[in-house]
Ligand binder design. Sequence first.
Ligand code: 9MG
Length: 282
Amino acid sequence: MPSSFAGVTLDLPQVMGIVNVTPDSFSDGGRYLGVEAAIAHARDLVAQGAAIIDVGGESTRPGAAAVSPEEEIARTVPVVRALAEEGICVSIDTRHAAVMRAAVEAGAAIINDISALEGDPDSLGVAAGSGASVVLMHMRGQPADMQAAPQYRDAPREVHDYLAARLEACLAAGIPEEKLCVDPGIGFGKTVEHNVQLLAALDELHSLGVPVLLGVSRKSFIGALSRQEPPDRRVGGSLAAALAGLDRGVKILRVHDVAETVQAVAVWHAIKISQSKRTFTS
Ligand code: 9MG
């Protein structure tokens, strides 16, 4: 298993901070202020301990308006360029090959694709030619319809087999294994029960031989398992799921609440180290 990804060491689990450059984040100032606010927010997340910043310009929530690749580029590329120039490891969250190309040219080191490079026929070639590292995420269906009664015989097995096939496709296209990472895609075409099954079986993904990234932050399954809290009141559940992921070998956590997650990882890691040193004789 590689001990780093896109130049980020994975000896200790790392935190990827989420930065959205979408109209909800523009307030009433238009795109320019949205870009400035995103850059400031990203700097803040790095100061809180994020090792990677994931920049996205398209909302994948069901019902969200479609965005053209041109608009996605206009939103994300200035943010990617500004952060990369400051030496920050930047990931571009996109399903579109043109956005991948523009973002990597602007300095993005990672392509984070919720469609595992299947959403655009040019993605595999662009990713392979770009030299960037890639996060391959599992999704059943498309964001607009993915929550309409998703069905699996065995969700962990099917997600594993899908990611194995996508890794094969990437290797065949010339992307080296050390540039690849997988993600079960919690909440993307899964019921609450599927999400819990996937979290319980995360260790089964390690046979794929690449790092596992997990995104559970503020997702709706947390409210469904608890008291239907709104997203900004799901930090406790996000941390519980993230720590369950770390116990099953997850290396990167994609999160909104960076400071809280960095603190949880530090405590989890100290306990882990202490456990590895202890010998008990009865
Ligand atoms: C963009 N995006 C939203 N949720 C995500 C998740 O769980 N994983 C990854 N890789 N990207 C996500």
